[in-house]
Design a protein around this ligand. Sequence first.
Ligand code: SF4
Length: 510
Amino acid sequence: MREHGPVSQPAPSGGDPGRPDGRPKEACGVFGIYAPGLPVAHLTFDGLYALQHRGQESAGMAVSDGDMITVVKDMGLVTNVFEDRTLAPLKGHLAIGHTRYSTTGSSTWRNAQPVYRGSGESGFALGHNGNLTNTWELAEEAGMLPGVVASDSDLVAEFISAAFLPAGQERSDGRDLEEALTQVLPALEGAFSFVLMDASHLIGVRDPNGFRPLCLGKAETGWVLASETTALDVIGAHFVREVEPGEMIVIDATGWRSVRPFPAERVNPTLCIFELVYFARPDSRLYGKEVHGARRRMGELLAQQAPVVADMVMGVPDSGVPAAEGYARQSGIPYGQGLVKNRYIGRTFIAPSQEMRTQGVRRKLNPLRDNITGKRLVVVDDSVVRGTTTKAMVRMLREAGAREVHLRVALPPIKWPCFYGIDIGTRAELLAANMSMSEINDLLGVDSVAYLNLDNLVRAIDAPGAGFCSACLTGEYPTEVPARFTRDVLDGGSTQPNPDDAKLFTDTGV
Ligand code: SF4
């Protein structure tokens, strides 16, 4: 095994680099491919590039030629980490890839993924999307000392490694990684979509709730796993089906097999509803529905639920635009562009103070004055979390001459923290958890404000029988969350990472 990358890189300091614009942040994209004869490293690069929106802190891949696994990972965007020179030597038939946004463990090279462990003949590599909720308990039960592991993903890798059969006693069918996983997985709680590989197997796992998406695709000579269907599209693979909650897909030279490592009673599909509202790309498909269509219907139902007399409907770029189109279509009010987004702004700035976050909005968005001046605007956004961004944007629109600003949000108010890997902040930070509707109206400086209700949100998604997690909207968590976790965050403490976890992990730079 070879690992490439700087030995370490300092964690960002001074504030919350994860939420510079006050919007919720995802927690990683995963990709895997088993395709003899195809340039798997280049295809993994393309797949990760299509998943870049899910995490921009670090990127990495592990490639196997059947004998040796090579891991390359570094801080930065996929295009910063990989170029032709880096990809050319990565020969093989099997690869996994990862783009990271950290919610547990710090933003350092050590936490970039895939995680590698040298167990068995050639070791294995792991990429993780999600957040375990019982990390501390697991570490405690295992008698692990603080600092032994760097993140919940690292802890899982440690457990899998420990579950491998001793050297010399390996299975004759080579299914050692699969066997180790069937022992370890039932103990894990929370959100996890994993891609794993040893030298000759690719494995995908989705937790029994299926909080994070994972799909299976068919490539020309093999099989692909990806967080979103768009990653299949870009490499010319065909969608086969979603990996089901509680399912493990094992891919090798014989094709793919489905394994069920969790007890049936634990399987309770609750896909994160934020995937459809905000995280997933509009051209991805979830529960068989294209995300863009669901977002447009959210806008249509919002127009029915909260109509207003106005001259123009505009969306907050980019993710508020489909709902704005829907609102305009349903209401008959013309759709127009009111804000231009700087497409080149990434996660390059850190906003340690409220004032700087406000300034960050100006860097990102600029009003189209001729379209706005003198108009009564319906401004459609996909979510309001802390309100900082929205308040600055409303002020910007008024300064540009808007006569009225009516805010319509294509999501119910966010009132509860997330324990499953989405960085939306603590109760204390969440606007709707602490203010009445009229207080929110006044704080944001709008003429009116309305949020889509949960019934309409589910109607808009239009996936009958599909289960969703909406805990951050309702406070009803689909799994038992350890009291230690809830105590810290519900009282207004720090959600991400959990303070106890911070003591557990080696690098605690966040
Ligand atoms: S709590 Fe909210 S953000 Fe977290 S998984 Fe559930 S729906 Fe998604």
